[in-house]
Write a protein that binds this ligand. Structure first.
Ligand code: URA
Length: 310
């Protein structure tokens, strides 16, 4: 109904593939997984181990096993530490420190920052993002856009970064592309916030809606990585090439990444088109519908333990 209101239902329905039978996935890369209709592999052995690895476990509202969130660390003074590091760096450069030494110092700082972020629980991670000044995107933002939804969701949708409306409202995918995303969710009987979490690669709006650059994405990478670890999603859907390339560390095209189950750490990951792209390229909506059906059947297979290779 929602799709019909948008005038795209006939196209999407006509091209919907029947996914009742065996799902035979091509296997061109090591990161892909295979879904087998008859193999019985408990999710505990196929999916959960890496979710569980770092900490003790507890069953969640969806019956899955997820890492228990560690207790919050003392208030993290990221901003203060960034200032101290900048001063130290300026000192090294001013003292004629060689560029390699400065680069090594920066790499060490980035690693230490990542380690601190990867220790955070939700209560510490949210304010850390809100006050982040790690890259230049903070200069033009109205506010950060952390992510929204069920923090124990099975489904995680990842876009690239906030646009103007998201920057104004502090919530991802609330503009025109967001309305299409909501319709895409509804098409596979999902709703924002109900077993669904939505996040972006970068948490601040890139000016003029340009793509985030690699430095901005790597500054934000620990935040998304920690969100994913805390959520422990059964399945990640990468929306568009920026998110897919970032999460899979590739520069492959969307066309070449679609239709297969990839892996982000321990989580299966499927790639589809970004809703903003679909708004410009109506002819691709049929392919997005195919991807959504594939995601739905993959989730069923994951729940039934019919996925091997993860
Ligand atoms: N596009 C994105 O990638 N993310 C948003 O939150 C909004 C638009």
């Amino acid at each position: 109904m929602m799709l019909a209101e948008m005038g795209i239902a006939p196209l999407w329905r006509l091209r919907a593939p029947p996914h009742a039978g065996p799902i035979d996935l091509p296997q061109p890369g090591a990161v892909e997984s295979r879904i087998e209709p008859s193999a019985v592999i408990s999710p505990a052995s196929a999916i959960a181990p890496a979710r569980r690895a770092p900490t003790a476990v507890e069953p969640d509202a969806h019956g899955a096993t997820r890492p228990r969130v560690p207790p919050p660390l003392p208030e993290d003074s990221l901003v203060q530490r960034a200032g101290e590091r900048r001063a130290a760096r300026a000192g090294a450069a001013g003292a004629g420190g060689p560029p390699a030494a400065v680069a090594a110092m920066e790499a060490g700082e980035a690693q230490a920052r990542r380690q601190r972020i990867m220790q955070m629980g939700w209560a510490e991670l949210k304010p850390a993002v809100a006050r982040c000044v790690a890259c230049g995107l903070h200069l033009a933002r109205t506010q950060t856009v952390f992510g929204v939804g069920d923090e124990n969701a099975d489904w995680l949708f990842v876009g690239e970064g906030p646009g103007a409306e998201e920057d104004a409202r502090g919530e991802p995918f609330v503009g025109q592309a967001g309305r299409l995303l909501d319709s895409m969710l509804a098409a596979i009987e999902l709703r924002r916030g109900e077993n669904v979490y939505i996040a972006n690669v970068v948490k601040c709006r890139p000016p003029n809606n340009r793509n985030p650059d690699s430095g901005e994405m790597s500054c934000c990478e620990p935040y998304l990585a920690r969100q994913i670890e805390l959520i422990g999603p059964r399945l990640i859907i990468a929306l568009g090439r920026v998110a897919a390339n970032h999460l899979l560390q590739t520069d492959a095209s969307i066309a070449s990444l679609r239709g297969r189950v990839h892996q982000y750490r321990s989580a299966p990951l499927i790639v589809t088109y970004h809703p903003a792209y679909l708004l410009r390229s109506l002819q691709e909506k049929g392919k997005a519908w195919v991807d959504l059906c594939f995601a739905r059947s993959t989730m069923d297979a994951l729940r039934e333990g019919r996925v091997t290779g993860l």
